[in-house]
Design a protein around this ligand. Sequence first.
Ligand code: 5GP
Ligand code: MG
Length: 466
Amino acid sequence: MYPLDKKENCGVFGILGHENAVGLTYLALYSLQHRGEESCGIAVINDEGKISQHTGMGLVPDVFNKDVLESLSGRNAIGHVRYSTTGSSILKNAQPFVISHHKFSVSIAHNGNLTNAVKLKRDLETKGSIFQTTMDSEVVLHLLVRSKKKEIEDRLIEALKDCDGSYSMAVLSEDKLIGVRDPYGFRPLCIGYKDKSYVLASETCALDLIGADFIREVLPGEVVVISKEGIRSIRPFPKRCTSQCIFEYIYFARPDSSIFGDSVYDVRERLGIELAKHHSIKADIVISIPDSGNYAAVGYAKESCIPFEFGMIRNHYVGRTFIQPSQAMRSHSVKIKLNPIKSVLRGKNVIVVEDSIVRGTTTGSRIKTLIEAGVKKIHMRITCPPIKFPCFYGIDFPSRKELIANELSIPEIAEFIKVDSLEYLTLEEMLNAVGKNRDKFCTACFNGVYPTKVHKKTSKSVLEEK
Ligand code: 5GP
Ligand code: MG
């Protein structure tokens, strides 16, 4: 049994030397909202080195208003949207974290999950560190403060050399913005340029929104140091096998972003094409479960020449169903989120394209509503293989026994969710659809092959242990 947190990914953003740093960070966080709906925050450092910050629980528009934004002044800012991968859902864990030390001020926004945080925290506490939060990311700040190096980037590098797991980070000091991606490159991070200022963002959709040009992605294991002098690249870590999270393509990233060198939309469409090639069946229409299944459903319809229809309409005023900490809340929001269109579905043989099945509970209740709407037959097609193993690098997968594919065979899952047929892409087919750099992805959730050593005690319960 793996002690695991049932929590999720995050989004980060940073900008250095811009008049409207706070306003642009606020906008960028809007476009990264899908990466975390639990809490968000902005930290700013002004030209005198004074650091200020505002964080809160909830969505970007819940946490920030005009007054709050006006109270944050400075030309250098970082921002964060969070759903916790480690640490609990409380305000003190909201990021960016800020520290003011007699030598420097620094702020950090982290996307990822440090798999040895528990051990590092224990060691640090033994040496006298006092932790303010239950977040794995705080460990990095304590290590950074203890470093004897002079420059902030060297302190950060020394700190990260002790850290295992996944991290894409934006770190802000008085005069530098630092972007770093762990040596495996699990999570995305890119560099943009706006009005003579460099920016960092988890996804390119944030650059699009603020009108920044895309420069390039931060490379796995790369540290980019942005200052008045420009941008400098350092490769301080031992080289590792690139293991980008394939689930960013399957589900997590926004389809209008480009990550890991390819358009998320295009990859999803190709996943649908691959499904139609290898898992075809006769039917009247192809539908998706919105929104995540939409793009692959378009691909499936194109390849199969079966018409695509909108079979369900999404209520856009409901948050993402998984981002509700309790099971009771989750099942509640499933019902209010999607409504089937009876006139489209009644009496039809339907292919339902979906990106993934995790627990099977949401899918089961959605299928039920399709049956109630009068479909004749349901053939479900999934754009990835069965998810059988937990993620230690930041995706919200539950413990093994809650993963339906770990407990049931594919025919048993079909019976459980009440579909007439159920097929998944194989690992090989999924990687074929990804195409470019197909050997540079982490597929641990499908095959249990973890690219890093797995530290068993990574759960929040252990992090919070007294
Ligand atoms: P399940 O049937 O396993 O309960 O839910 C499957 C649905 O959850 C799919 O529609 C899929 O798009 C969505 N999903 C998959 N992974 C995640 C995740 O990490 N977070 C959220 N919010 N939804 C997810
Ligand atoms: Mg979905």
